[in-house]
Design a protein around this ligand. Structure first.
Ligand SMILES: [Zn+2]
Ligand SMILES: [Zn+2]
Length: 101
C-alpha cells in the first residue's frame, strides 16, 4: 500500500473512512479491518489514492486478457494420430507436422 494525497499537499497521515474497529470489554482498541477501501488526507481533507493498488489492478486485468486470447486446445495430429496440445508454433510436438485448428 502506498497512499498519497490526491492534491499532493505533502501530508503523510491519512484516515481510513470505512474501518471497523475491534475493542475489548473495556472499549480498548484491539484491532481493525478495512470494510471498504477509502482514505482521506488528514492534512487537507482531500481523498487519498493508493498508488500500490493501481498497478496491481492493471496487472490482474492484463493477465485476464492474456488468458482469454491464448487458449491451448487439444487437436488430433493427422500424421501420427496423437492427441496433442496445440502450441504457439502450430506444430505437432511428436512428429513436427504443421497443424491446423
Ligand atoms: Zn492533502
Ligand atoms: Zn504428429
Amino acid at each position: 500500500m502506498l497512499l498519497v494525497c490526491s492534491r499532493r499537499c505533502g501530508g503523510d497521515l491519512f484516515r481510513e473512512l470505512f474501518a471497523e474497529v475491534e475493542v475489548d470489554s473495556a472499549g480498548q482498541y484491539q484491532d481493525h479491518r478495512v470494510a471498504q477501501p477509502g482514505y482521506v488526507c488528514l492534512n487537507c481533507g482531500a481523498p487519498a489514492l493508493d498508488l500500490a493498488a493501481v498497478p496491481a489492478e492493471l496487472e490482474a486485468e492484463a493477465r485476464e486478457e492474456e488468458a482469454a486470447t491464448f487458449t491451448p486446445s487439444d487437436v488430433l495430429c493427422p500424421v501420427c494420430e496423437t492427441m496433442v496440445r496445440l502450441d504457439a508454433n502450430l506444430e505437432c510436438p511428436h512428429c513436427g507436422s504443421p497443424l491446423t485448428v
